[in-house]
Every structure is written in structure tokens, then in C-alpha cells.
Design a binder for this molecule. Structure first.
Ligand code: PMP
Length: 422
């Protein structure tokens, strides 16, 4: 290693080659210290929606920085947070009327879980269970790991994770098993919430399931008074073709988590939206019913201003058109891989495309992931496969020629690595 004191996330420093420094970002590119332009084909962990350094968002940040730094968010409020909350409620699924700010996707989910449990506690009918979907990922804190898939990533912390009810993933043809399992868990009367990634499970392998399953899960939840938490941290802001993925199921969750694309990717910010019913359960002259959650940087005004600017970009620019066009281009490229025996499960939802490379060594921690990463890095592409699952989730401004290049590289990777060469 370089001797740097920096400890990077999800990085095995004993195996990772020396890292190049990024000195600039621009549109769909990261530019390194040698001036190499790297195509950011995964939007820097899925946060960059319109493109790096969108001028309107950067300008809003500059302007906000002339008036604010961090401002305590209890006792006092500020215009960017107020304006953003109103804007979010306007565009979110119906019935979400309050906005709680935090700083990352994980904290948005932690807040959602605490809101759900707090709701039942405060109405005097506490519930003790949470249902989750197999293969889900909701973050890396102890609470979010508890509701996510268990495995090598959280083996060290296993004794400290709380127990949850796991629904089988709704594989094609076996959707009813998922619904039946949820119905059975709900029958206990103890399920406070079901937390789901709507339409597509991201870090768990870009696994797609039909919107109708989500609609049915919501119907079952409603029947049992169980709250539905939609973790739209990845799926929000157009990734699945609609602003929020829930729209495609025609449902409104009781709680919705958003982060990543909330500021267009420019600054860290998250929001957990909830219904008036949940907020009202915390509204009381009894101080014990307060929602006891905060983080120091809650609702940073500059980040909120960036998010307000992002909302304006969605209104002023043809973002929907760009999303449709990117989705169409993925469809076109994926056609060529559909019948290719080197790939399985060629799939897409909106702007996210994924293919499983057929290699003998599957699994997230097999050598295939790092070797594919290196292969793409040599070709000036930031693509980080999840094990053998290769996916593309570029910013919406990605140029046709760049997308072509990414798919060419995937083809070349298949030629290099499939058929037992790993
Ligand atoms: N939920 C989902 C669905 C995610 O994809 C992620 C991040 N990949 C998170 C939660 C956690 O977000 P963060 O990394 O910002 O904590």
C-alpha cells in the first residue's frame, strides 16, 4: 500500500492496488491526477443523477455558502430545509406529509425503523417484529444490517443484530410464496413494518421483481395495520424510470427513505418522509412521546439548498426524456446479450441494466469481482460488479459513445473471463 492513513470503505487494503487520486469531476467522468478521464458508469455509488457538478446545483451551493454553514436544527429552522420539505411532499407519493432529515441512506433507514416502532409504542400498542425481504441491503449500521441480508459482510457483528422475519425473494413463478410468508408473519399481530427496496434489490445483486408483488405486499400490510417502509435510497430520482419506484406499483408507502440522488449527488443528505398518522403519534404534551433522534449535521442548509436546486432541475430540464432515452439505449444493447450463453439473467429496470457473467466462481467475494474491476479500470471505466453481476447505472447525461464503450467492454470481459478462465 501507499502508506496512506486513509481507510477506504469496502476495501481490502492488503489486496487493493495503489489508488489513483481523482482531481476533478465533470459530466459523466472522473478525472485522475494523470488527466485520465474515467467514465463513471455507476454514478459514484449511484448518487450522481444528472451528471457530475450540474451547474445549477453547484451555483446553489455557492450561493447558500455565502449565508450559511451548519445551523442547529432544533429550536431554529431555515429556509432551504422548509422549501425542500414542501417540494418533496409535492412530488412524493400521496399521503407523505412530514419530512425528517438526516445525512445518509443508512440513517434515513434507521430513522424509518425508529419512526415505525415509535408509532406503535406511542399509540399504546407496541409491536416487536420487522419483516424484510431476502437479499435486501439497507445500509451498514447495526440496525440497517439487521434488516439486510446476513452473510460474510456482517458475520463479525451477528450477535448484535436483531432478529427479523425474512420473506423469500419473489422469484418468477414463486411470487405467491413471498405473499403467503408475509401474510403468515403479519398474523402474529406483531409486525410493526415491512421494509423493502421497491422493484429492485440493489447491492443484493440487482434483483428485479414485479411491481404487482409490491402492490400486493402493501395490501397485506394495510390489512394487518403493518407499516410499509419503502427504501428508495437507490431507486429514487428516476433510476427505475419513474421519479420513485413505488409509483409503478401504484402504492404510497407509510414511510419513504431517500438519499443518494436527493442533491443530484453533490452533497450528503437524506430524508425520511412519513404520514400525518405517524407524525401525529409523536405529537403530544407528554415529552416522552418525542421522536428521540438527531444527528449534529441534520438538515445542513447548504445540502438542503443543493436539493432544492435539484428539484428545480427536475422541473426545468427534460430529465424524464433523458431517462427514457437512456432506458431505450440499455434495451437496445441488452438485446445483443439476451441470447449470449456467456451471460444469464440479462435484465433492466429503467436506467439500471444488469447481467450475470457465467463464471464458475460466483459469489460476492470470489476473485471475479476484483478482476473484472481491474479489467474495466484499464479501459477507463468505473464499473464495480457485485461478484459476477455486472451492472451499469450511469448519470443521465451519459453520451451514446460512452455507453457503447461500456457495453463493448462488457463484451470483451466476457470473452476474457467466461468459460472457466477464473
Ligand atoms: N438503502 C439502499 C437501498 C441502498 O442502496 C443504500 C446504499 N447503497 C443504502 C440504503 C445506504 O445508503 P448510504 O450508503 O448512503 O448509507
Amino acid at each position: 500500500m501507499s502508506g496512506s492513513p486513509v481507510w477506504h470503505p469496502f476495501t481490502q487494503h492488503a489486496l487493493e492496488p495503489a489508488m489513483k487520486r481523482i482531481v476533478r469531476t465533470e459530466d459523466a467522468y472522473l478525472i485522475d491526477e494523470d488527466g485520465t478521464r474515467i467514465l463513471d458508469a455507476i454514478s459514484s455509488w449511484w448518487v450522481i443523477t444528472h451528471g457530475h457538478r450540474h451547474p445549477a446545483i453547484m451555483e446553489a451551493i455557492r450561493r447558500a455558502a455565502e449565508s450559511y454553514d451548519q445551523v442547529i436544527f432544533a429550536e431554529y429552522t431555515h429556509a432551504p430545509a422548509e422549501e425542500l420539505a414542501r417540494g418533496l411532499i409535492e412530488i412524493a407519493p400521496a399521503g407523505l406529509e412530514h419530512v425528517f432529515y438526516s445525512d445518509s441512506g443508512s440513517t434515513a433507514v434507521e430513522v424509518a425503523l425508529k419512526m415505525a416502532l415509535g408509532y406503535f409504542h406511542n399509540i399504546g400498542a407496541p409491536r416487536s417484529r420487522v419483516s424484510v425481504m431476502e437479499h435486501s441491503y439497507h445500509g451498514d449500521t447495526i440496525g440497517t444490517m439487521s434488516v439486510g441480508e446476513r452473510g460474510v459482510f456482517n458475520a463479525a457483528y451477528e450477535p448484535f443484530l436483531f432478529a427479523v422475519d425474512r420473506l423469500p425473494f419473489p422469484e418468477a413463478g414463486r411470487e405467491q410464496q413471498t405473499l403467503d410468508a408475509f401474510e403468515a408473519f403479519c398474523a402474529s399481530g406483531q409486525v410493526a413494518a415491512l421494509i423493502v427496496e421497491p422493484l429492485i434489490l440493489g447491492a443484493g445483486g440487482m434483483k428485479i421483481y414485479p411491481a404487482v408483488v409490491l402492490a400486493e405486499l402493501k395490501r397485506i400490510a394495510e390489512r394487518h395495520g403493518t407499516l410499509l417502509i419503502a427504501d428508495e435510497v437507490m431507486t429514487g430520482w428516476g433510476r427505475t424510470g419513474t421519479l420513485f419506484a413505488c409509483e409503478q406499483a401504484g402504492i404510497a408507502p407509510d414511510i419513504l427513505c431517500t438519499s443518494k440522488g436527493l442533491t443530484g449527488g453533490a452533497l450528503p443528505l437524506a430524508a425520511t418522509l412519513c404520514t400525518a398518522e405517524i407524525f401525529d403519534a409523536h405529537l403530544s404534551t407528554d415529552r416522552c412521546r418525542t421522536f428521540f433522534h438527531s444527528s449534529s449535521y441534520t438538515a445542513n442548509p447548504i445540502a438542503c439548498a443543493a436539493a432544492v436546486a435539484n428539484l428545480a432541475v427536475w422541473k426545468a430540464e427534460p430529465v424524464g426524456g433523458r431517462i427514457e432515452s437512456l432506458a431505450a439505449k440499455h434495451r437496445h444493447h441488452l438485446q445483443r446479450f439476451g441470447a449470449d450463453p456467456r451471460f444469464a439473467n440479462v435484465r433492466q429496470t429503467g436506467t439500471i441494466a444488469a447481467l450475470d457473467l457465467c463464471v464458475p466462481a460466483e459469489g460476492y467475494l470470489s476473485e471475479v469481482g476484483p478482476r473484472l474491476r481491474a479489467f474495466f479500470r484499464e479501459r477507463r471505466l468505473l464499473i464495480r460488479p457485485l461478484g459476477n453481476v455486472i451492472y451499469l447505472m450511469p448519470p443521465y447525461c451519459v453520451a451514446d459513445a460512452d455507453l457503447d464503450r461500456a457495453y463493448e467492454a462488457i463484451d470483451a470481459a466476457a470473452a476474457a473471463f467466461s468459460g472457466g478462465r477464473l
